[in-house]
Design a protein around this ligand. Sequence first.
Ligand code: BV8
Length: 251
Amino acid sequence: MGTTAAIPPEVAARLRGARSITALTGAGVSAESGIPTFRDALTGLWARYRPEELATPEAFARNPSLVWGWYRMRREVVARAVPNPAHRALASLEAQVPRFTLVTQNVDGLHRRAGSERVIELHGSLARARCSREGTVLELWDETESETPSCPACGALLRPDVVWFGEPLPGEALRAAEIAARNCDLFLSIGTSNLVEPAASLPWRAVAAGAEVIVINVEMDGQRAGSGIYHLVGRAGELLPALIEAAWPAR
Ligand code: BV8
C-alpha cells in the first residue's frame, strides 16, 4: 500500500473538496492485476503483432480465427486476474463521493468485479460477443480453438463486443462520458497513455469546463502539464489508496 507521504497536501485537499468527480481509466489500472497494457510489447505468439493490427474490422475480416484467438487468450488472462487496490480504491470513491462517474477504456470488466456499479465502458467488453450480421449481443457462446463462433440465431460470424480502431464508440456511452467530463470539477486520468481518441479528449473537455485534473501514471511522457493539472507519478495500485487515505484519513 502506498504511503500518504507521496501525496502533496494540496492534491489531497483538492480531492476532498471536489463536488463532482469523473475518472477515466486505461490499461495501466489493470497492469497490477497482471493484464499487459497495450504499450507492453505483445508477448509469445502475439509478439509479432501490434494491437492496432489485430483490433480492427479489417484484421477480423482478413483472419477472424487469428483475431478470435487473440481475444480468447486475453479472456483467459482476465479470467485468472483479480481486481487490484486501484480498482478497489475507485469502487470506494464511488461510495464516498455523491457525484462520481467512472469511465473506462478497459474491456476486462475488473472495475465491476471490484464493486464499481456505475461504469461507462467506452470500448466494450471481452465478456460479450456480438452477431456480426444482426448485432445481437451474447454473454455466452460456444467457442472452440479450431473454429470461430457463429450466431446461434442466424449462423453469421460472431465478433468480440469491443470497439475496434476505426469503429465508432457506443453513442450512449460516449455521450454519458462527455457529459460527465463537462460537469465535473475534478477529473482523474488514471493509467492511460491518453492517446486514443475520442477518450483522450475527455480530460480536456473537463478542463474547458473549468475542472482541474489529477494524472496518475508510472511515467508522464506525453502527458499534458499546466496549471490545474496535478501529476502523481507512481503505480495506481499504490497511489490511489494513498490519495484516498490522505483526503479522508481513517477515522
Ligand atoms: C474512432 C478495445 C471514428 C479493443 C480499443 C489515424 C488513423 C486511424 C484512426 C485514427 C487516426 N487518428 C486517430 C484515429 C482514431 C483512433 C485513434 O485514436 N487512434 C490512435 C492510435 C491515434 N480511434 C479510433 O479508431 C476510435 N474510433 O475514432 O471512430 C468513427 C466515428 C464515426 C464513424 C466511424 C468511425 C476507436 C478507438 C477504440 C479502439 N479500441 N480497445 C481491444 O481492447 O481489443 S483502444 C485500446 O487502446 C484501449 O481501450 C485504450 O483505449 C487504448 C490503449 O490505451 P491505454 O488504455 O492508455 O493503454 P496504454 O497501454 O496505451 O497505456 C497504459 C498506460 O498506463 C501508460 O501510460 C503506462 O505508463 C501506464 N501504466 C502502466 N502501468 C501502470 C500505469 N499507470 C499507473 N499504474 C500502473 N501500474
